[in-house]
Design a protein around this ligand. Structure first.
Ligand code: GLU
Length: 387
């Protein structure tokens, strides 16, 4: 009596595993500097917490509609219009258990055996695994630091086959921090429309941008691409709500209906009172987002300069998200070996690039406090010196 065959190709989430290990070491009293999960260190802003507490006191503790509270679906549709110039109605929105479940649910709704999903590497580690769980085939397209880790339109074209069903776009990107320009988004949209397949745009880092960079949602490029686009987003990163598990997808109604059917038989609705916190996040002042992004910007500058000054390692400057993707290949170690040794000898936790499809690199999250960053950078320097 074995496990289902579909699991044989699927790896556990290394971001979650390493983060849990770092937290457990800290609980044992070990002084760990963790740069592992992309989890903002800030408290969820007070007005969001208050709104959820109020919802609890008002009895918002029962089952709700599987696709989400009507008031939240409306607020999300409004946000997508105002922020992203996308014309969605509430029936185009599904509220999901984090941004992650919006993607998983989408794969279940859209992908079947034989379907191919094009994913540029480095990628967020869960994309290929979700495709495999849906019995589809991830088609990985490598990008390089020299090209800012961006897939070129020709590379996308070259990866297309009659089985191509979906392309995964993630800008700003986890793990590289790369941000596509509007012209680059336009060019990718043209390929997708010409060859007629779907694109899912993971926009979870859309608000975390530096040095005046702008986010363009691919669905806003033309009516033709809009009809082929699914937006995935959530509250975790912008509003420091990682543990709340509130995300969403926006798409043509037939996709949302299919995802609602799946949700109705899997998670049911997202925690009802958490959804009221999300409504407050969207409807109230966005100053909290600006303040957190300002803090990330300072940390990014410090950490980028610190890494630049250390021999044998380097990384391109990221313009979005809160990660530095550092090339460690000159140390002669592979990414897993490097991370294990760094954790064991210096108690610094980072994620090996192999998890993101890039063996030469490791990922640092700088969504952590300045003290940890300063200490962690000193330890990293010591580690490199000792090699
Ligand atoms: N998305 C975050 C990260 O890449 C959180 C962990 C996860 O869900 O993978 O670190």
């Amino acid at each position: 009596m074995g496990l289902a065959g579909r699991l044989s190709q699927v790896n556990p989430s290394l971001t979650l595993a390493i983060t849990a290990k770092a937290k457990a070491m800290r609980a044992e009293g070990i002084d760990v500097c963790s740069f592992s999960a992309g989890e903002p260190d800030f408290e969820t802003p007070i007005h969001i917490r208050e709104a959820a507490k109020r919802a609890l006191d008002e009895g918002k503790t029962k089952y709700g509609p599987a696709a989400g509270e009507p008031k939240l679906r409306k607020a999300i549709a409004n946000k997508l219009k105002v922020d992203n110039n996308l014309d969605y109605q509430p029936e185009n929105i599904i509220v999901t258990n984090g941004g992650k479940y919006s993607l998983f649910n989408l794969m279940m709704a859209l992908i079947e055996a034989g379907d191919e999903v094009i994913i540029p590497a480095p990628y967020w580690l869960s994309y290929p695994e979700m495709v495999k769980l849906a019995e589809g085939k991830p088609v990985i397209v490598d990008t390089s630091a020299e090209n800012d880790y961006k897939i070129a339109p020709q590379q996308l074209k070259d990866a297309i086959t009659p089985q191509t069903k979906l392309f995964v776009l993630n800008s700003p990107c986890n793990p590289t921090g790369t941000v596509y320009t509007p012209e680059e988004i336009d060019a990718l949209a043209e390929v997708i429309v010409t060859h007629d397949f779907w694109v899912v745009s993971d926009e979870i880092y859309e608000k975390i941008l530096y040095e005046g960079k702008q986010h363009l949602s691919i669905g806003a490029v033309s009516p033709e691409i809009f009809a082929r686009t699914i937006i995935s987003n959530g509250f975790a990163k912008s509003y420091s709500m990682t543990g709340w598990r509130v995300g969403y997808a926006a798409a043509p109604v037939e996709i949302i209906e299919a995802m609602t059917t799946i949700q109705g038989h899997s998670t049911s609705n997202v925690c009802t009172f958490a959804q009221y916190g999300a409504i407050a996040a969207l409807e109230r002042s966005q100053d909290c987002v600006r303040e957190m992004v300002q803090a990330f910007a300072e940390r990014r500058e410090f950490m980028y300069e610190a890494i630049k000054a250390i021999p044998k390692i380097n990384c391109p400057k990221p313009y979005g998200a809160f990660y530095l993707f550092v090339d460690i290949s000159k140390t002669g170690m592979n990414s897993l070996e490097f991370c294990n040794k760094l954790l064991d000898s210096q108690q610094v936790a980072v994620i090996p690039g192999i998890a993101f499809g890039a063996e030469r690199c490791i990922r640092f999250s700088y969504a952590t406090d300045m003290k940890t960053i300063e200490k962690g950078m000193q330890r990293l320097e010591k580690f490199i010196d000792s090699l």
